[in-house]
Design a protein around this ligand. Sequence first.
Ligand code: ASP
Length: 277
Amino acid sequence: MNATNKAWEVLKSGGNALDAVEQGVRVEEADETNETVGKGGRPDRDGNVTLDACIMDKDGNCGSVVCMENIVHPISVARKVMEETPHIILAGKGAEKFAYEQGFKKEDLLTESTKKQYEEWLKKSEYETTINIENHDTIGMLAIDEKGDMAGACTTSGMAYKVAGRVGDSPIIGAGLFIDNEVGGATATGVGEEVIRTVGSFLIVELMRQGKSPQEACEEGVKRIMKKNEGRKDFQIGFLAINKNGETGGYCVHPGFTYREYSENGHENRKVTSFYE
Ligand code: ASP
C-alpha cells in the first residue's frame, strides 16, 4: 500500500510511469520490516543478502542487476544500467562497483531480525526452497501514466537461504517482468525457477496481444506452469497483469496472493483466485 501510494503521488505530480514504478518499489526496498526485498531481505545460505531487480520502460529499454550486495536500492541501480550503460544486466561485484561509481552508498543489508532468523536457520540448515512457501516474496509494480505509457519494476532478495549465486526470475526480463507499450505488462512472484521455465511475464503479455484479458492471460500463465508440475502442490506462483486499457488481472497457485490497484477510483486490494482452492 505504501508503495502504490508513492507511485500514485509521482504520477499525480506529473511523473511518468518509469519514475512511478521506481519510486514506488523503493519504498519497500527501504522498509527493513519487509524481509523479502532490499534492506532487511533474508540472506543466502552463507549469510549474505544478495538482491535482484529489473526495470523496463515504454520503449522496451530495460536494466537489471543480479546477485548484488550492500546496496539498498537495486531498482535504481537497474535504472542506471538501463540509462547509463550500453548493457542490460550487471551481476554481483560488477553491479556493486557500478553502483558505487554512480554514487550509491555501501550499506549492510542484514538487520538484527534477519540475522537472528539466519542464525536459527543455521542450526538445521535445511534448504526448503520448494516446500516453505513463506520464505520468499517480491514486489512487482506496473504503471500507466497520463500519456498512456507503461513501465514496470520488480525487486527482491529472492529465496531465503538460497545457494550463493542463485538468481531467480525477478531480474530476468520476460520472466519476472515484461512490458510492451502496445499491449500491456505483467510481473511475477513465487518460485522463480518455475517462472523462468515458462518465461512467464512475456508469455502473459503475448497472450494479451492475442486477445486474452489480463485475468485470462494470468490464468493461462499459471496453468502452463502447473502442466509442467502435474500434481505438485509445494510451491507458490503469483502473476499480475495490466493491459493498455488499464484493466488488471491476477492469478496464483495457492490462495493468499493479492495485489494493490491504484486508479482514479481509489485504492483497492484485489484478491486473486487460485489454481488450488
Ligand atoms: N520470484 C522470487 C525469486 O524466485 C521470489 C518470490 O517472488 O517469492 O527469487
